[in-house]
Design a protein around this ligand. Structure first.
Ligand code: HEC
Ligand code: HEC
Ligand code: HEC
Length: 209
């Protein structure tokens, strides 16, 4: 029997129990302070900090809650409010603004820059992304995007400009990567709108929504 345990099982049990008691006691006294819960005081709030830091909003929220407006701005009273804007724009089936319909109807006319100095560089090229399992394939329309976005909004920082070169998944989109840089944030929300991207049925696809 190896040191320090004596051969008798009873005595061995007793010593083990004694050691456990000692350990618990010494922890309470603070000898093993690393086992205690960390007690960190939250940093004191700065007295002059007026504004609360707000969590980022999803695409739907901003229009409802007028939180983009700064009431201290002298032009606050003259600015059009979100609710009023919504009454003049087409809505999608979820009741959110359908921005593509608004663009096509001419209700909005996005500029390329502050002075609208040059026209949009529209690219009429659809990319079909087929790594979608049982969901219909995804049709990415360059057209709809480049009617108001520049190539540099996506290439190369979000997408390598080569069909199939980007490893996109729904998880990454939900986490705000690839399509999720804009969709769920400023462009239409992905949940409940699967069919807007997964719009190309194939032999094994099931339409379940
Ligand atoms: C903004 C566009 C968009 C929307 C909306 C969207 N998806 Fe996707 N989805 C994609 C893209 C892009 C891929 C990757 C395709 C590829 O790489 O070939 C993908 C891939 C997938 C895949 C296969 C890969 C994986 O991540 O498992 C499934 C399953 C899927 N989507 C389900 C859904 C469901 C369910 C919804 C609705 C809740 C949805 N998607 C909404 C763009 C979208
Ligand atoms: C909203 C984002 C977005 C914008 C804006 C955008 N692209 Fe793309 N582009 C994509 C995506 C997504 C793909 C497909 C990537 C994939 O399949 O992995 C792609 C692919 C491409 C490809 C590869 C095509 C092929 O067959 O391999 C070219 C070329 C390209 N884009 C050029 C452009 C040009 C030029 C512009 C501006 C006029 C532009 N893109 C604007 C997202 C965008
Ligand atoms: C740089 C921002 C950005 C990225 C990245 C982006 N989109 Fe979009 N997308 C938009 C905007 C803005 C609209 C128009 C606003 C809306 O419909 O909510 C739009 C609209 C769409 C539409 C509707 C087109 C129509 O004609 O009705 C589809 C489909 C779409 N995106 C698919 C995708 C897919 C798939 C990806 C990823 C491969 C993607 N988008 C990546 C910004 C983006």
């Amino acid at each position: 029997m190896p040191f320090p345990f004596p051969p008798m099982p009873r005595l061995r049990q007793f010593i083990f129990l004694l050691l456990t008691c000692l350990l618990v006691l010494s922890m309470q006294k603070g000898a093993y302070s690393q086992f205690r819960k960390a007690q960190i005081e939250p940093p004191a709030r700065e007295a002059e900090a007026e504004e609360e830091v707000q969590a980022p909003m999803t695409a739907d929220e901003g229009a409802d809650k007028n939180r983009f407006y700064d009431p201290r701005n002298p032009d606050h009273a003259t600015l059009q409010k979100g609710e009023e804007m919504r009454t003049q724009l087409p809505l999608d089936k979820r009741g959110a603004v359908d921005w593509m319909a608004a663009l096509r109807s001419g209700a909005i006319k996005p500029r390329t820059d502050l002075t609208n100095s040059k026209p949009h560089q529209v690219l009429n090229l659809d990319i079909i992304l087929k790594n979608t399992k049982e969901m219909p394939w995804v049709r990415f329309p360059h057209n709809s995007h480049t009617e108001w976005l520049a190539c540099s909004n996506c290439h190369d920082s979000i997408f390598v400009p080569k069909a199939g070169a980007n490893e996109i998944s729904m998880e990454k989109i939900f986490r705000g990567q690839f399509c999720g840089v804009c969709h769920d944030r400023v462009a239409f929300v992905t949940h409940n709108s699967c069919e807007r991207c997964h719009s190309v049925p194939h032999a094994n696809s099931k339409q379940w929504w």
